[in-house]
Design a protein around this ligand. Structure first.
Ligand SMILES: C[S@@+](CC[C@H](N)C(=O)[O-])C[C@H]1O[C@@H](n2cnc3c(N)ncnc32)[C@H](O)[C@@H]1O
Length: 316
């Protein structure tokens, strides 16, 4: 049996929650975050974006933070730059990370607002989604399938597996592989469903893994016609599931696949809130051949997905 090392961090932090302890935690957290981002191939999750803002705020003001005082004095200074709730929530992320995975029950249930605050997405007064969604790709660590990182939200992970059972795609094209975990997961899922399916996943930096039924390609979305040649695409069996998740040349990429897609094929555009203009243009230029699958978009509540109004079924 694996032995688990229980550190004494929890007790130490509780007893010494002062500025100098916070500085230590901040430095360790900052280093660990940089390391894990590197392991993710520098692809940030929603959570990572907010953590980056928080760490930047601390590093920019490092010399004016009164580290020799108590935490409340530090928060008062930081309030010049962001909301109190935001600062508290960010500090709470660092402290909770520092505690580690295994925490004594009495610490866990002890009422202590500072330690139990979830990350506030309005941190730095930026508008955003609610905290639960922001952490749905994982809080600190990314979601994994076996040992592979995938950048899906937990909601999308659940949604995809239903859609893939219903659609039974024979061809899956992923635009933006990340570290390759999502393609591996899709391949395993299709195998477990007993559906013969080929997955083609491309990225400007192709993952260095090999996996049955998955072809990883190196390619640039700006040259989509060279990466996914029409002659090859024409031979790929339908139904298709196309997942746009690279966020580059979105209109051009969607147009490239459009004329080869058939009725019943699915097109999913991830992280689409910032792509609404391109999606809008694509839909108008393609004679509104696609309808939004509202069942999957709203399965966990209105647009509780990173494919904001952008899970499409080709209708004609
Ligand atoms: C969000 S990640 C993909 C995550 C993956 N689909 C998943 O669910 O785990 C976005 C990827 O797009 C890739 N990318 C960025 N620019 C690109 C381009 N011009 N062409 C192709 N891929 C690109 C990045 O290298 C990155 O791996």
């Amino acid at each position: 049996m694996e032995t688990i090392e229980i550190t004494s961090n929890t007790q130490r932090v509780i007893e010494n929650l002062d500025g100098s302890t916070l500085r230590l935690i901040y430095e360790e957290f900052s280093n660990a975050w940089a390391k894990k981002l590197q392991e993710q191939g520098n692809v940030p999750t929603f959570y990572d974006h907010i953590i980056k803002d928080g760490l930047t705020l601390f590093s920019m003001n490092i010399s004016s933070i009164p580290w020799d005082k108590d935490i409340q004095s530090i928060i008062s200074i930081m309030e010049n730059f962001a909301s109190r709730e935001g600062i508290e929530a960010f500090i709470s992320q660092m402290i909770n990370w520092y505690y580690g995975r295994y925490v004594p029950y009495d610490v866990r249930v002890k009422p202590n607002e500072m330690l139990q605050t979830d990350l506030d997405v309005n941190f730095l007064k930026k508008p955003g989604r609610d905290a639960m969604f922001t952490m749905s790709q994982g809080r600190f660590e990314c979601l994994k399938w076996k040992d592979e990182i995938l950048f899906k939200t937990v909601y999308d992970l659940a949604m995809y597996q239903m859609l893939m059972w219903e659609l039974k795609p024979r061809t899956i094209i992923e635009i933006g592989s990340g570290t390759g975990g999502s393609a591996v997961w899709m391949a395993d899922l299709m195998k477990s469903y007993g559906v013969e399916s080929k997955i083609i996943s491309f990225d400007i930096i192709a993952p260095q893994i090999k996996y049955n039924d998955v072809t990883f390609l190196q390619g640039d979305c700006n040259e989509i016609e060279k990466v996914m040649k029409t002659k090859i695409l024409e031979k790929m069996p339908h139904p298709w599931l196309i997942v746009e998740d690279a966020h580059v040349n979105v209109y051009g990429v969607l147009q490239h696949f459009h004329s080869l897609m058939k009725e019943g094929d699915y097109l999913i555009v991830e992280d689409s809130e910032s792509k609404q203009d391109e999606i809008d243009r694509f839909l108008k230029d393609t004679d509104e051949s696609y309808l939004v699958d509202a069942e999957y978009c709203d399965f966990f509540g209105h647009n509780v997905t990173c494919s904001f109004d952008s899970i499409f079924r080709k209708m004609k």
